[in-house]
Design a binder for this molecule. Structure first.
Ligand code: AVI
Length: 322
């Protein structure tokens, strides 16, 4: 490898490590303690999340896939011919493939942090859709990025499925929607999946499943800190907890200390009382109207939206407003 490139890659890597170390130390020093959910997704965490999407209790993936399949031709009708589809956090392209199969799309731009996985997926997609231009961008999709120059003249459609917007704090969600509008430009469209508010009896098991996969996903954050930052978390001394905070319309995930203990990492000590928690994730749930109001305040107007038969999940088609 070119030495300069190798140098730049290792510098980028160091930056990621430094951000992780800084965010963990700051988060554990806060009261109440917090860790950012974006750090769930190392290789093990991404694999556990894949398993979560297949759990009987985790309805969002199944429900969204059924909307995309059932409404594929209506969705395709809203996408301008020859458009570029830009997916934020593309993963395995499973949902994009439904849209790509139904609409007349000239180019697909999957944006995802994991370069290796992204490029492997892109190679398979090119075989399955030989006429589609595929331009993968390996980047943190929450940071601003520029579209490849050849695509700038095409009509742009953003794709942000999975209700990942629900993992942003409300102000950040508005900022991110505005940023997407800036990246895609005037006349852009956006297809976005949004999870709906529902009974606590359905919501909580989706985040606290009987097989314990979500618990392992949550605890893997501590394992990652041990591995990458030399922490000494005893995983058996923390319990996964999911609760619905109705007033704030969100599922909260916590890791609760089972006993008084002190954890060491990066030369610092963090004390825990029995029952003290690290708040690891919020997953906001929306009404159709509340989401549309948020989208509107970020420069998007609602064209239409679809829900599954049980009204568990929604997919919205938005257009950039003047
Ligand atoms: C990625 N995100 C939309 C998931 C969610 O439902 O909030 C993350 C997740 N956390 C626990 N289970 C799934």
């Amino acid at each position: 490898m070119d030495l300069q490139i190798a140098d730049r890659l290792s510098t980028q890597h160091d930056h990621h490590d430094q951000d992780f170390a800084r965010d963990v130390v700051q988060g554990l020093a806060r009261q109440p303690k917090r860790l950012p959910p974006k750090y769930f997704y190392d290789a093990r965490g991404s694999d556990l999340f894949e398993q979560i999407t297949k759990l009987p209790e985790y309805y969002p993936t199944r429900s969204e896939l059924s909307i995309l399949r059932d409404r594929a031709s209506e969705i395709a009708a809203l996408i301008p011919r020859g458009a570029a589809l830009v997916e934020f956090g593309a993963g395995a392209f499973t949902k994009a493939r439904i849209v790509l199969g139904a609409a007349n799309i000239a180019a697909y731009v999957p944006v995802d942090i994991s370069a290796e996985f992204l490029n492997a997926q892109a190679r398979t997609l090119r075989c399955d859709f030989p006429r589609l231009e595929v331009h993968p961008i390996a980047a943190d999709f929450t940071a601003p990025f520029a579209l490849p120059p050849p695509l700038r003249t095409l009509p742009k459609v953003g794709f942000f499925p999975g209700s990942t917007l629900g993992n942003f704090e409300p102000d950040d969600a508005v900022r991110f929607l505005r940023q997407i509008r800036g990246i895609l430009g005037e006349d852009a469209r956006l297809l976005i999946g949004i999870d709906l508010e529902k009974d606590e009896q359905l919501l909580v098991p989706a985040y606290d499943d009987s097989a314990g996969v979500t618990a392992r996903f949550n605890l893997n954050l501590l394992a990652r800190i041990n591995r990458e930052l030399g922490g000494d978390f005893d995983l058996s001394a923390f319990t996964h907890r999911a609760l619905y905070n109705e007033a704030r319309h969100r599922i909260e995930m916590h890791l609760v200390s089972r006993k008084p203990q002190t954890v060491r990492l990066l030369g610092q000590r963090f004390a825990f009382r029995t029952g003290e928690s690290i708040h690891t994730e919020n997953s906001y749930k929306f009404s159709l109207e509340r989401f549309q109001a948020i989208a509107h305040s970020a420069g998007w107007r609602s064209q239409t939206c679809w829900t599954d038969a049980a009204r568990l999940f929604s997919v919205h088609a938005l257009a950039a407003s003047g």
